[in-house]
Design a protein around this ligand. Structure first.
Ligand SMILES: Cc1cc2nc3c(=O)[nH]c(=O)nc-3n(C[C@H](O)[C@H](O)[C@H](O)COP(=O)(O)OP(=O)(O)OC[C@H]3O[C@@H](n4cnc5c(N)ncnc54)[C@H](O)[C@@H]3O)c2cc1C
Length: 256
């Protein structure tokens, strides 16, 4: 396992529960948009690594990650204190199932995320190939509180962004919901899907398993519920070995 050392160049604390950071990128570190890598810190000469989705698209010359702050978490209790010029370690072999190639060709692409499950989709929605493969890209992000909507400004303005408007060509749709505060769009995304309000709210035809494709990244209960919903609608799960109507990744492993 080759471990690359990268220098932290920028840190942003979104809330007391999440932060993101940018690092240098070894030109030899290659990944598909949507993949995750094992990253971490070297502590007393030993690497302490955890899986992290890459937020930055693979055409950028830096890396970016979005991180939870777990109280007493072995890695994140330390990682949340990183400063510019500190070093992190990155395993050079990224992997993962949230890759457009693992989906059957289709019309619209739905990306459903909760919490830090947004991370892999940040690279996918800035990848020109995504827009060549699909007509509309609909990204949903659900969090408990409004201030947990990381990257909201960037996503709200992606279609008019100086760089990305040429990439998205107006095909990108961002839809957030909040579960524990008053907000324009409240509630769990599963409810928005099952009561069919999502399709009209984002102004796309109702989900059709023959045409539409899905990626899911969130907590265990969210991924479980959405898998069932899309299977019941007639879609089938894809993997790195066989293309499907939807692909899933848990945003983190639950405590056993
Ligand atoms: C495929 C995959 C991709 C991942 N991508 C990311 C990512 O992009 N960003 C990220 O912050 N984490 C991500 N994680 C989780 C990450 O690997 C670590 O679990 C997290 O950084 C906490 O590490 P820790 O050592 O502090 O605590 P750990 O001992 O790893 O976790 C302790 C507990 O904290 C909770 N927890 C862990 N991660 C999260 C989270 N992201 N959101 C909510 N609760 C959590 C769980 O209950 C877990 O059992 C991913 C996990 C997997 C399996």
């Amino acid at each position: 396992m080759a471990l690359l050392k990268e220098k932290v160049t920028h840190i942003h604390h979104w809330t007391d529960k999440t932060f993101s950071f940018k690092t240098t990128r070894n030109p030899g570190f290659r990944f598909k948009n949507g993949e995750f890598a094992m990253i971490g810190l070297e502590i007393e000469g030993k690497p302490l690594l955890r899986a992290y989705s890459v937020v930055s698209p693979n055409h950028e010359d830096h890396l970016e990650f979005l991180s939870i702050k777990v109280p007493n978490g072995p890695l994140t209790s330390k990682l949340q204190h990183i400063k510019e010029n500190d070093e992190i370690v990155v395993n050079s072999k990224p992997t993962g199932t949230l890759v457009c190639d693992y989906l059957l060709p289709g019309r619209n692409l739905f990306l459903f995320s909760t919490g830090t499950g947004l991370a892999p989709f940040m690279s996918i929605v800035r990848d020109p190939e995504t827009y060549e493969k699909f007509e509309k890209i609909i990204l949903t992000h659900t969090v408990r509180k409004v201030n947990e909507l990381a990257y909201k400004d960037l996503l709200d303005n992606l279609n008019s962004d100086d760089v990305y408007r040429e990439v998205t060509k107006g095909q990108f749709i961002y839809f957030n919901t909040v579960t524990r505060e008053t907000w324009e769009r409240e509630g769990r995304i599963t409810d928005w899907i099952t009561n069919k309000k999502l399709w009209s709210k984002v102004n796309v035809p109702e989900f059709n398993p023959s045409h539409d494709r899905v990626m899911i990244c969130g907590s265990e209960s969210m991924t479980f519920d959405l898998k069932k919903i899309f299977e019941d609608m007639g879609s089938s799960e894809g993997s790195t070995k066989i293309q499907g109507g939807f692909v899933i990744e848990k945003a983190f492993a639950e405590k056993s």
